[in-house]
Design a protein around this ligand. Structure first.
Ligand code: NAP
Length: 248
C-alpha cells in the first residue's frame, strides 16, 4: 500500500521537470494520476505510458492552464473518467524574465495568466467535487522568489506571491469542509527551466546555498506526496520551502 493508494490526483504541467517528478512519485505511491501538458505533446503521451506501468490509472490531457473554460472542461473530464478528485496540484509555470524597464505587457500578462490565474481556474473548477466529498488537498507550486522578490523577475515574483495569498485564502474559506490548501516554495531546482542558464551563474547559485547544491525535482515531489497524503491531515494554509536553506 502506497501513501496515496486509492486517491486521484490532477497535476498541471507534468510533461517535464518538477511536474513530471510529482506524477511519477504519485504513481509509485499508488495514486491514480491525471495530468496536463501544452506544447510537449510527445513527452506528455510518453509519460502516460510510463505512469500506467505502475499499475494505476493514468491519463494526460492537452490543456492550457491559463484558460478558464479549458480548466472547467478538464476537471469535469477527470471527475467523470476517474470518478473522484482528491488532490489538485497546480504546477504549470513559465518565466519571461526581463528588467522592469524592458518588460512588455505581453510578458506580464502571460506569466500572470499561466502561473497565477491557472490556480484560480482549477481550484474554482475542483471545489464543487471536493466539497461534496468533504475532503481534498490542494497544492500550489510557488517559489522562494514569491517570498523574497527577485530583480529581473517582477512578473514571475508577483505571480508567485499571488499564489501564496490565494492559497492561504482558500485554506481559510474551505477548511471547514475538510479541504486543505498549501503552497510549496522550491528554491533552485535543476530542471529545464533553470537548464537554460549558463553554468557559471548556476555554480554561483549552488555556492550561495547553505546546502551547497541545487535541489532535484524528486525532492519537491516528495514534499507533494506528504501534502497530498493523510500524513499531513492537519496541515493547511502553509508555505513549505524546499530550498536547502537558501532563504532563511
Ligand atoms: P519546466 O521544466 O519548464 O516545466 C514546466 C511545465 O509546465 C511543463 O510541463 C510545461 O508543459 C507546463 N506548462 C507551461 N505552460 C503551460 C500551460 N499554459 N498550460 C499547461 N502546462 C503548461 O519547469 P519546472 O522547473 O519543472 O517548474 C515547475 C513549477 O515549479 C513552475 O510553477 C515553476 O515556477 C516552479 N518553480 C521552479 C523552480 C526551479 O528552480 N526549477 C523554482 C521555484 C519554482 P509543456 O512543455 O507541455 O507546455
Amino acid at each position: 500500500m502506497g501513501l496515496l493508494s486509492g486517491k486521484t490526483a490532477l497535476i498541471t504541467g507534468a510533461s517535464k521537470g518538477i511536474g513530471r517528478a510529482i506524477a511519477i512519485k504519485y504513481a509509485q505511491e499508488g495514486a491514480n494520476v491525471a495530468f496536463t501538458y501544452l506544447s510537449s505533446v510527445e513527452k506528455g503521451q510518453a509519460l502516460e505510458q510510463e505512469l500506467a506501468a505502475f499499475g494505476i490509472k493514468a491519463k494526460g490531457f492537452r490543456s492550457d492552464a491559463s484558460d478558464f473554460k479549458a480548466a472547467e472542461d478538464l476537471v469535469n473530464a477527470v471527475v467523470s473518467e476517474f470518478g473522484a478528485l482528491d488532490i489538485l496540484i497546480n504546477n504549470a509555470g513559465i518565466t519571461r524574465d526581463n528588467l522592469l524597464m524592458r518588460m512588455t505587457e505581453e510578458a506580464w500578462d502571460e506569466v500572470i495568466g499561466i502561473n497565477l490565474k491557472s490556480c484560480f481556474n482549477t481550484v474554482k473548477a475542483a471545489t464543487r467535487t471536493m466539497m461534496k466529498a468533504k475532503a481534498g488537498s490542494i497544492i500550489n507550486i510557488t517559489s522562494v522568489v514569491g517570498i523574497k522578490g527577485n530583480a529581473g523577475q517582477a512578473n514571475y515574483a508577483a505571480s508567485k506571491s499571488g499564489i501564496i495569498g490565494f492559497t492561504k485564502s482558500v485554506a481559510l474559506e474551505l477548511g471547514s469542509r475538510n479541504i486543505r490548501a498549501n503552497a510549496v516554495a522550491p528554491g533552485f531546482i535543476e530542471t529545464e527551466m533553470t537548464g537554460v542558464l549558463d553554468e557559471k551563474t548556476v555554480q554561483g547559485w549552488r555556492d550561495a546555498i547553505p546546502m551547497k547544491r541545487g535541489g532535484q525535482p524528486e525532492e519537491v515531489a516528495n514534499t507533494c506526496v506528504f501534502l497530498g497524503s493523510d500524513m499531513s491531515s492537519y496541515i493547511s494554509g502553509q508555505v513549505i520551502q524546499v530550498d536547502g536553506a537558501m532563504l532563511t
